[in-house]
Design a protein around this ligand. Structure first.
Ligand code: HEM
Length: 242
């Protein structure tokens, strides 16, 4: 179950209420807390940043895209039709190492400018929404988006069209024994079929993502998220009673 609210107090209260209601039927086995940008923190809504400081969430499928449903919502089995498969990873960031890099090296490892998220293929006038051009070259002939840049390796164009809706949250759970921050990204991605979404992209990232040297994947899980319940029904009813 994922609980979210603009105000953390509300989320914790909902958690307490649900725990009480589920007593004797279901019990939590583990729990993780994450946070995202605070609504109202900027004058207008903006794409948030992760704890590495990057604008994160720009190139996501959008509900108005004609193929959004095909990418995100499952078509079967029956009890999953209209639901989605959610991948969750606890990815710790080696922030001390990352922050010791100069900004231009950080930007090359992602393929986007740190200040505003503009793609490095777009020139000085590019903005966050400028399309990424994976073929663009620098004046010296090298690729503007480096071969190991995260956005190149993760892009649908590099993975046979594999796409997912990323909805991650940051976590910061204090310090590890060696004093390093226990902090990073609770990566969450929704897709119609993980075999055509997360799995091929993660396999490719594992082989060639420049960002990997600054990340540690610590835990991962795949969840079947059934569709919303009709009036009078409950989530997962066709599976449990069908
Ligand atoms: C802590 C780990 C990660 C960090 C810090 C990170 C950061 C970023 C950033 C800054 C972008 C560019 C902005 C955007 O389009 O949202 C991006 C894009 C993307 N990331 Fe990650 N990411 C991480 C892990 C992952 C993982 C595990 C996957 C999937 C297996 C993934 C898949 C993608 C995809 C598909 C894109 C969009 C690429 C495109 O089409 O342009 N990322 N990520």
């Amino acid at each position: 179950m994922q609980l979210g609210a603009d105000d953390a107090l509300v989320a914790v209260h909902a958690l307490r209420v649900l725990r009480r209601l589920a007593a004797g039927v279901a019990a939590p086995r583990w729990q993780m807390s994450g946070f995202a940008r605070t609504p109202g923190a900027t004058p207008r809504p903006m794409t948030g940043r992760n704890l590495m400081g990057q604008v994160d969430g720009t190139n996501n499928p959008r509900p108005q895209d004609p193929d959004f449903a095909a990418k995100v919502f499952a078509t079967g089995p029956d009890w999953m039709a209209g639901g989605s498969y959610a991948v969750l990873r606890r990815i710790r960031m080696l922030l001390d190492d990352w922050e010791s890099l100069p900004t231009d090296r950080q930007e090359r490892l992602v393929g986007r400018r740190k200040s505003d998220g503009a793609p490095l293929s777009g020139g000085p006038d590019a903005g966050e929404r400028t399309p990424v051009d994976l073929a663009a070259a620098n004046p010296d002939g090298t690729l503007a988006i480096a071969p190991d840049a995260h956005v190149r390796v993760a892009a649908p164009a590099s993975n046979g069209g594999a796409a997912m809706l990323r909805r991650g949250f940051s976590f910061h759970d204090g310090l590890l024994a060696d004093g390093a921050p226990d902090a990073g990204l609770l990566f969450a991605a929704f897709q119609a079929d993980p075999a055509r979404g997360f799995v091929p992209v993660q396999q490719r990232l594992a082989r060639g993502d420049g960002l990997s040297r600054f990340l540690r994947h610590e835990a991962g899980a795949l969840f079947a998220v059934p569709p919303g319940a009709p009036e009078g029904g409950y989530v997962g009813q066709p599976l449990l009673e069908g």
